[in-house]
Design a protein around this ligand. Sequence first.
Ligand code: PGA
Length: 259
Amino acid sequence: MEIVIREDSDHVARTVADIIEGYVRRGPAVLGLATGSTPLASYKELIRRHREEGLSYSEAQAFLLDEYVGLPVEHPESYHSVIRREFTDHVDLDPSSIHSPGGAAPDLAAEAIRYDRSIASAGGVDVQILGIGTDGHVGFNEPMSSLSSRTRVKTLTEQTRQDNARFFDSLDDVPHHVLTQGLGTITDARHLLLIGLGEAKADAIAAAVEGPLAAACPASVLQLHPHVTVVVDEAAASRLKFADYYRHTLDNKPAWQAF
Ligand code: PGA
């Protein structure tokens, strides 16, 4: 696990964009995209690079982590609508190459299997962007999710519903259930890119990076993965015990070594 501490969210966004750009420029990339507020500045930077620096996503495919159960795909808060609005409609990524779990499917168990198969058929995810919940969730794998779970229905914690209520008219409108890639699905991606911003995420980042491997902090499963980059701002890094070591490592990173 490589921990990259940047002074603010703009620097975090540039680092994330550098990593994603590397995959996109190397050939047809399979991108794992996350919704939520955390990656928004990174998406803005990737859009800017498309407009100003000719970064083309025309050969890329994108897979989303999760979707609310019961929201039709065209609902403005479905994650399929959100990722189009915040990122992919502003670049040349073919809309038919954006894949998401069908939260309105009549048979959610069958849809979950279909979604995992579609990721595998695309050759697996090259790089997966992840945010983290205040309770340590990644995707919508709430605490006590199996560390080897596949895509399935999960029930949101009340904390997560409250955290997400800002996107809806009221808390009552936030669905209770989601279809989410499992922790086993997520960790099949070849490179995991976890972003943490702000003081509110400091405890979750510390538990994920330095805490015990435990289903109580689902993001701690990243400790088992051979290629993880955690990009955080100073506030999100503020409870990391080994922060000085991470800074020292970055200061001494060999020029030839990529993230
Ligand atoms: P946020 O959500 O980026 O809106 O903070 C992250 C998450 O819940 O995974």
